[in-house]
Design a protein. Sequence first.
Length: 376
Amino acid sequence: MQVPVSRPHMGEAEISYVNKALQANAVSGVYGEFLERFETEFAEFCDAKYAVSCSNGTTALHLALVAAGVKEGDEVLVSTLTNMASFFAVLYIGGKPVPVDIDLETLTMDPGDLERKITAKTKAIMVVHLFGHPTDMDPVNELARQHNLLVFEDCAEAHGATYKGKKVGSLSHASGFSFFANKVLTTGEGGMVTTDDPEIAKKARSLKALAFGATNKYMHDDIGFNYRMTNLQAAIGCGQMQVADKLIERRREIAHFYGAAFEKYSDHLALPIQKPWAKSVYWMYHIVLREHMVSKRREIMMALKDEGIETREGFIPYNLQEIFLSRGWTRAEDCPNANKVAYASFYLPTGPDISQAELDYVASKLSSILDKAVSR
């Protein structure tokens, strides 16, 4: 059996809408009925006032930062354990990203370390709702209020997750979502900025489409970007919106299954948790090996590969990235909690279309591999 780490769900609605867009020759990011529809439906899904579609999650974060007024030289405090797109977006505008350590239970930003790292140059905070679990936002937003800072959410892995009953993507000045093929909701590639601020939404909408002039199209209003989502991608997105709740619940079912299957290994594995104030959407089922098992990560992953089970290593934090260390932009010791996780973690197949037979197979094979690894 071959079990990929993720397969996107594509149903009849997605196929029908894409065909409708093709038949209308509405294939670009300039016009087509699905662009505005997807933005409207996604804003409602996030309990946000505005949603601005774009080409991917990285450009969504870039647009959000620029539209909100983050400028060259501004410090942005970013949760260090993340896909480096979170940091790249800050670097694109000449900002200075500062890594903030993580809470070892949720793997999201540690408010205590955040407070320690705020300086007179700090302009903004970027939290990351990692692997589908929301960040503890109340202390983050309170610190931002005290220091007059902007707050951004990287929601690439957390569509539909909630914090104290409120949807991620509505808990900050602006947020960025990704619709890559393995995300909770997908358009293949694509992204979205959500915000309640009309000026941020207006600026992001202009910038993503080359900042064309309002009266004379080719007299541009700003230095814009070509970050448009296509109508074809939006058509897929509209199909995904019809089954969004089902896709989220399926990932939660998968996480519950894995949790029950591997609970007996809790002395050897730290399994994903869900805080009482959170609803996680478990983008991927992410496992952290305990200290005595860390040296066996490659062995375990290779054994799974030999059984046809695809896995992925966990993210390497900003403060351990060689491209930044070599420039003197960070220090390895800046985020000790993230360092403990960096080379100790991996995640299992978690796509919404994984079958029960595949889940049983993964659980059986990993259990057998762990039994052998633990006994040695």
